[in-house]
Design a binder for this molecule. Sequence first.
Ligand SMILES: [Zn+2]
Length: 335
Amino acid sequence: MRASDLLHPRPEGLYCPPGDFFIDPVRPVNRALITHGHSDHARSGHRSVLATRQTLDIMGLRYGEDFAGATQPARLGETIVINGVSVSFHPAGHVLGSAQISVEHQGMRIVASGDYKRRKDATCAPFEPIQCDVFITEATFGLPVFRHPPDTDEIARLLKSAAQFPERSHLVGAYALGKAQRVMRLLRDAGYDRPLYIHGALARLSEYYQSQGVDLGMLEPATVEGGKQDFAGAIVVGPPSAFADRWARRFPDPISCFASGWMRIRQRAKQGGVELPLIISDHADWDELTATIKETGAEEIWVTHGREEALVRWCELEGIAARPLHLVGYEDEGD
Ligand SMILES: [Zn+2]
């Protein structure tokens, strides 16, 4: 069987004809297999959803308990047969619950990795390379210019700034699922033991992380009751969208920080009015992408959502067949 007979793009998403299911569909479908809870991959309204227990829980928190007609939890490493096609979920190291999905039929194995990273992250299970015939890789940071620095260095810069300006508050923009909890966990690992103040949009997901054994320490709501001086010297974490609205104006002389892989691009930080850019990404950088491609042993690479061309070219130079997979509707909620 040809790989494209086992999985190929459709307007709804990546489709498996023999199994009659979609992976991370962007429109409601009968049967969806979902890699992780970011909103561009996990949508509500499918008739049935197969995903890890944590991804199902996260979807329930974000969309309400009735986000799908039926749900089935996939245990990591367990094989589930759907219409004769064997599927299994394996950790992707991206956010809590994130998984790569292996699809196997008649001797052909394709691994759809969703979003992934290779850096150590205390808030989720580490990526496991899976041997396969075709590896589908993301390419969010698929250019050689993207090499993420150690996250501990970035957190050290934040703590240094907080120590330098004890009368000011530090507002850290971080995506509500994954990045925010990772930043908080990194602060704890760096020895920061004061309360962290969080925007309401982070409360339930952060609580869920804590319930899953990810210790984030003392979290307090970033509410205004006591007046501005309450937040002098505080580190406040909120979703990036909150920084443009009135919410951000309640803090004393705030220093605007943003935790994202895009902060590598100085221009982007400047345009966003970010004073302290923190280069912390939940996606693989160039070196991680290329190392992972080699580790999977795949003879063919399909590249999706991001900078497909450079990674396709790199594969060709390495003698690995590669092509861009034109999927639409993915716009990195958690970069
Ligand atoms: Zn993601």
